[in-house]
Design a binder for this molecule. Sequence first.
Ligand code: XMP
Length: 333
Amino acid sequence: MSNNIRPETMERITTKALADAFIEEQVAAVRAQVGDKKVLLALSGGVDSSVVAALLIKAIGKQLVCVHVNHGLMRKGESEDVVRIFGQELDANLVYVDATDRFLDLLAGVSEPEKKRKIIGAEFINVFAEEAHKLEGIDFLAQGTIYPDILESIKAAEGKKAVKSHHNVGGLPEDLKFELVEPIKLLYKDEVRVVGEALGLPHGMVYRQPFPGPGLGVRCLGAITRDRLHALREADAILREEFDKSGLAEKVWQYFIAVPDIKSVGVRDESRYEGWPAIIRAVNTKDAMTATIEEIPYALLHHITFRITHEVEGINRVLLDLTPKPIGTIEWE
Ligand code: XMP
């Protein structure tokens, strides 16, 4: 446990020079730890796993095998970005698994949020373990554990209760025996970002807003259907594009669309047009334990509403969620 505690003397990484020194140190440490052996990494495309991937590619190149599982609940363009940045630009050893049908088939008809999370978490492990079994001669597993995760597990060990079963990869089956490589486990999130930029990862990837492990699965409320999931993904892409253009993306901690399983009556081309509402949620927080509502200029809201209702098939209304946390959690499920 002692090497899981950040030494008080450790300087906060705030500059490129400090990040470069950290990277150099970790490259040497990883090489010393793994030698000429192979390392496996579940690469979600989130900040932490992406920074670990870039760091390990620098340290051990093709000895790193990245597995990207597309569970079909990613945001628009995310899996494509992982393939382009890691598979092509960084020339990584990347296994891309499109498991969309497996996940959506298992989730069909399941409306209870915690049940949905459990299915997604368990199936993620199944798919990842299947891929790991196909690969030969892997001794190490890299993980994007960061310091808040370690502090969180210390709290959990002390018996403090969580509101939701947050998990990305909830652990691996017993028969997969790996030694762990966790090069960023003593870093705070802001430091991970500085290191990511120093490694040359795109700004958009390094400053990506937090995205839950179960992805759009907990934003396509209730039982997920492919048509509503598609509408949600398209509406969310419009929101993100407009937040990027207006500069709000830099100011708001998390912003997204949720689509409930409710239809209302609308009118289009002089005919009845039933559709789902897209709910905009935009919050600011420091630690995700409490959150405040970010104001969005009305002109921008009108523009986003116009675009979503005109461009996304199946959405006929746009609503704004004004609820702080508490009482509402950030996600709807
Ligand atoms: P809540 O909804 O609990 O969310 O206020 C707090 C933060 O956690 C994220 N979140 C999750 N992250 N797996 C994750 O990895 C999950 O199941 C999950 N549920 C919520 C949420 O997006 C917010 O940033």
